[in-house]
Ligand binder design. Sequence first.
Ligand code: AMP
Length: 590
Amino acid sequence: MLPWTTYEAMYDAARNQPKQFWLKAAQRITWKQAPVTACRTRADGWHDWFPDATLNTCHNAVDRHVADGRGGQAALIWHSCATKERQVISYRELQGRVAGFAGGLRSLGVEKGDRVLIAMPTMIETAIAMLACARIGAVHVVVFAGYAGPELARRINDVAPKIIIIASCSFQGQTPIPSAPPLHEALARATHRPRACVIVQRAACPASPVPVRDHDFHALEQSAPAGPVMLRAEDPLYILHTSGTTGKAKGIVRDNGGHAVALALSMELIYGCKPGDTFFTTSDLGWVVGHSYGVYAPLISGCTSVIVEGGASASAIRALCHEHDVKCLFTTPTQMRLMRQESRHLSGAILPALARIFVAGEYADPTLLDWARSYFHKPVVNHWWQTETGWSITAHFFGLPEREPVALMNDVGRPAPGFCPEIVPSMPGEQCGEIVLSLPLPPGCLAGMWKEGAIHVPTAYLDETGQYYRTFDEGMIEANHAVHMLGRSDDVIKVAGRRISGVQIEKIIATHPSVHACAVVAVPDALRGQRPVAYVVPDPTVERTLSAGEIIARVSEVLGRWIGLKEVRFVACLPTTVSGKITRQRLLVS
Ligand code: AMP
């Protein structure tokens, strides 16, 4: 039971008495050494949460629930939309498999602080690998299974993993895509050499193991079990890469203690979930929502988590909600648009357990939310998120008595505790502008950025005063604190809810010898929210004709096909400012 009866009481408590607020919130976690200090400024100027405390995230997500009598409860329910397989794994089974695989990682030489790169689709084994790393203090780096070799090589060089874990294939629709070719290409390109690779063999497309280098995932699970090691709250739990303004993917570092506290609180406060409830996110485990709400938050809170591989159909989502008494469904506007397309031919069964549906990740137009409300006959609410924050910056708080939200102009709710947003107006006197957050950020947010083997202050996100975190999102804030999110202020594009920087795509196109200049902009897409369009100026000194197909192929070879670049417009020149900067806004109106 939450101690507040109104949003204002909760928010003011976090704002006016942060130490008491967060130490109380920390009681949801089982610590080896409980925190006495809430937040401390680090020598480098960034901040650590619960710096005098020790814990193990895997123990909190798994072992303590078995000890508390939840061993027989389903921990994870997995459904593959590609192969139609289903698996249900109880907390007790999860404990055994995670402890065994953690022992297996140890036998391969993985120690506390080592990075383990996991390039897998959403599977039970992905969650097991993440939790096994957390158990022994290794830092997991989950990357999207669809990355092409060069992008994978960049991640390998960035984090220098001791071990790489893959599944023998992932799926595009029903088609198996073997994972070995991009892995081999990545290893050939990367300067870092991992010690070993681990493969989850899948019947649809097994991989031929490379002798000595490759190990079988399920055989390693049979290793002598490893117990949870105690870690400092500020020790890193994982690194997750995301696209930023500079065009280079940034490695966001998450800690153990602040992360566990923020997620446990959010399950009650935002999603209204208690132990034993079932939570279902359609997000891939390789993205931040999959990390936070596919694995850690539901498990830390003793809930059952439903996860899916591939794009789930409306009927599959309804069936999963129905069969597993899902209480909260967390999805994206893109997934909802797909459901709307398909659902015209479906009638809706009643879902008595489903209490509320949450969307995040990209702009959700009010007609889409209205459609979802009438299709599910349930409240549908929007909230605002970033990989960097790890949980929602603003939300509608299901754990508190609240009015039903109205879907006006991308109303993403009010600030979550500890988030203090302000607007930097684009023009003096304007209500709209970039949203910044005053420091320190609450627990659960980025503990730093990974660069050259160490954790650094995320200076790329600081404003010139050093007092504010820049979200690079624009919006406005009402007098009652309600935030309206209007879109990115930088070049980041959201393709089906996944983040990619336009500059990142431009850099690849620019490497083509026949390209003189290029610019990538986002245009609205009826299904995927946004899609990239490339404007290319061919090099006039090169005689051969440049084709759109060559550009498209080059981009998908490096970044993967999910980018969905389909349109290349050849132009004689790009619009620029007097100082020579490309004005992408003018391309959008041309
Ligand atoms: P990611 O780090 O991939 O979760 O992407 C974060 C970005 O997604 C944010 O900076 C926003 O631009 C966008 N975003 C997240 N939630 C919403 C939302 N509810 N409405 C509109 N855009 C959103």
